[in-house]
Design a binder for this molecule. Structure first.
Ligand SMILES: Nc1ncnc2c1ncn2[C@@H]1O[C@H](COP(=O)(O)OP(=O)(O)OP(=O)(O)O)[C@@H](O)[C@H]1O
Length: 533
């Protein structure tokens, strides 16, 4: 029988070490340059990655990190310069050639088909040389071996972001890569999920593989990575040992200046209830979804309420119920600005003064192939005067793009590009900026700084604080407990479709929140039920 999975342990086997012995990097780029039109996304970048190394690639949004790794993965062709693999010149005509050499990649934006199962998605990314049955067995085996549990039979659209990422990682591991690129893998993971991932990465390193790791979380880079290469404006500005740096010194190298501290206003006036949820119960619209059970909350003007929780505990369902993507038969379950809105559409809720920023910026937050101005129109037409007498006011849509660009420092190659051409963090700044500039009375935002660099995250967090100071009610769902601690007044935890009492943030320690995230706030019957589920 074919071996299910062959770890790349041979690296430590002296009989196989010759190709990598001495000081030859596994992968090297020399003067790698990428031009988009006249825009220099990578400017003569030299980087060396060795076996058994976790190498961080750092830089602010738009610095050129994704461009560099896409070139290494064969997705784009360099304009100049060369790549070497195990000391030999490497030219890649596409990702399949990269994979054949042992280069794997886990993308920041998932490339999964929602209506296919986990196993079907994995099968699509492999070379198809084994039967579906063998592949499914190997999938279960690899996910078990690395502690990344997956049910191969579940359809992807039912899965949380954390679970989707697990598929991408397992799919990459099933190709037994020597060199694995991870683009912001912990951006939407809980601390526990991130810890689990670090164990996996340490193990891959011990097996002799090299990892190129893009992250904006500098503390985790210090903890995990052996080397860091820092890009700024497409150029390499430094290679260093991140363990010998501080998060602040790494950030300074990335940005070139000090990062501003986020500051809450000394006094914030807490006013009327602007968003009230009354005993909201909602059956899932798929058999594996999470049932929302008796959710109640009251959020007043001037307040920021955080919702913490492990992905897949009903946060998406709650977002859908609040935004109107899922409507309730009982109008009183969601009250916006004093008006029963549970039965209203998303557009009608926007007209009441609500704004929504979903977790997935590409596809949900924006239509990838539409220009930014068209995307501004999609959410802004309800309440921002972009449509006059039935006609689109194009200058008004462009003005919205310009205002978001300026206020949120959105970096892009031209005035009104397609959403998909923006780097991840810049697109997030645009999506959040677009909604905040509408001056909503209520903002419901999911994972506001997913994939956003330290400088831009500070801008976004500050803008949420300022929005609350100006009187709005802000509901933030985030898996980043540090983020919630920094900006919220109260924090509640979602677990199995229920929402805990909100704790004042000052009293919500990581330990307390961690326990609630694991379900310990439930009564005995519920906890037993949860444990069985
Ligand atoms: N297809 C494209 N056409 C034009 N410009 C592009 C294209 N892809 C990327 N760019 C530009 O190249 C620059 C570098 O983008 P890249 O995605 O590599 O940045 P990044 O460092 O990965 O950013 P982030 O941290 O936000 O993901 C950005 O300014 C981006 O707008």
């Amino acid at each position: 029988m074919r071996q299910l999975f062959e770890p790349w342990t041979r690296m430590s086997d002296p009989t196989h070490a010759s190709a990598h012995s001495g000081d030859t990097p596994l992968l090297q780029t020399i003067g790698l340059t990428k031009l988009y039109g006249t825009f220099l996304a990578n400017d003569s970048v030299d980087i060396e990655v060795r076996p058994q190394e976790i190498h961080a690639l750092l830089g602010e949004n738009g610095a050129g990190k994704s461009t560099l790794v896409k070139t290494i993965y064969g997705l784009i062709q360099p304009s100049e310069g060369e790549m070497r693999w195990q000391g030999q010149r490497m030219v890649l005509s596409g990702p399949s050639e990269a994979r054949a050499r042992g280069i794997g990649m886990v993308f920041q934006h998932f490339s999964l088909f929602d209506n296919l199962t986990v196993a079907e998605n994995v099968a699509l990314g492999l070379d198809g040389k084994e039967s579906f049955k063998d592949m499914s067995a190997r999938l279960e085996q690899v996910s078990r071996t690395y502690g990344l549990p997956l049910d191969p039979r579940r359809e992807v659209w039912q899965l949380s972001v954390g679970e989707r990422q697990r598929i991408e990682i397992v799919r990459a591991l099933m190709q037994n890569p020597k060199f694995l690129i991870l683009d912001e893998p912990t951006a939407v993971l809980t601390p526990q999920e991130a810890d689990q991932l670090f164990i996996v990465l340490e193990r891959l390193k011990a097996e002799g593989r090299a990892i190129l790791y893009i992250s904006h979380k500098l503390e985790e880079v210090k903890r995990l990575c052996d080397t860091a290469t820092i890009l700024r404006g497409g150029k390499k500005v430094a290679t260093c040992n991140p363990k010998a740096e501080t998060a602040a010194s790494l950030a300074r190298m990335m940005v070139g200046t000090e990062i501003k501290q986020v500051k809450a206003a000394a006094t914030r006036q807490i006013t009327v209830p602007r968003l009230v949820v009354n005993d909201l119960c909602l059956e899932p619209d798929d058999p594996h979804g999470v049932r929302l059970q008796n959710i109640s909350l009251e959020l007043r003007g001037g307040e920021i309420l955080g919702i913490a929780g492990v992905a897949g505990n009903g946060q998406d369902e709650l977002f859908s119920a609040l935004s109107g993507e899922r409507r309730s038969n009982d109008p009183g379950t969601v009250v916006i600005e004093g008006i029963a809105a549970g039965h209203l559409t998303i557009t009608q809720r926007r007209k009441l003064g609500a704004a929504f920023v979903p977790e997935e910026r590409l596809g949900h937050g924006t239509a990838p192939r539409m220009k930014l101005s068209e995307n501004a129109l999609l959410t802004g037409h309800a309440a921002s005067g972009m449509v006059k007498y039935g006609f689109i006011d194009t200058p008004a849509t462009l003005a919205t793009v310009d205002r978001a660009t300026e206020a949120f420092d959105v970096r892009k190659a031209k005035r009104d590009p397609e959403a998909a051409s923006l780097s991840g963090g810049n697109l997030q700044k645009f999506v959040v900026g677009r909604e905040i500039l509408r001056k909503p009375a209520v903002l419901v935002v999911s994972q506001p700084t997913w994939g956003v660099d330290a400088g831009a995250a500070a801008v976004i967090r500050q803008s949420l604080l300022d929005l609350a100071t100006s009187g709005a009610a802000v509901l933030v769902t985030s898996q980043d407990l540090d983020e919630l601690a920094e900006i919220t007044d109260r924090i509640a935890v979602m677990f199995h479709g229920r929402l805990s009492e909100a704790l004042p943030t000052a009293e919500a320690s990581r330990e307390k929140l961690g326990l609630l995230m694991g379900g310990s706030g439930l009564d005995h019957t519920e906890a037993a039920h949860a444990a069985r589920a």
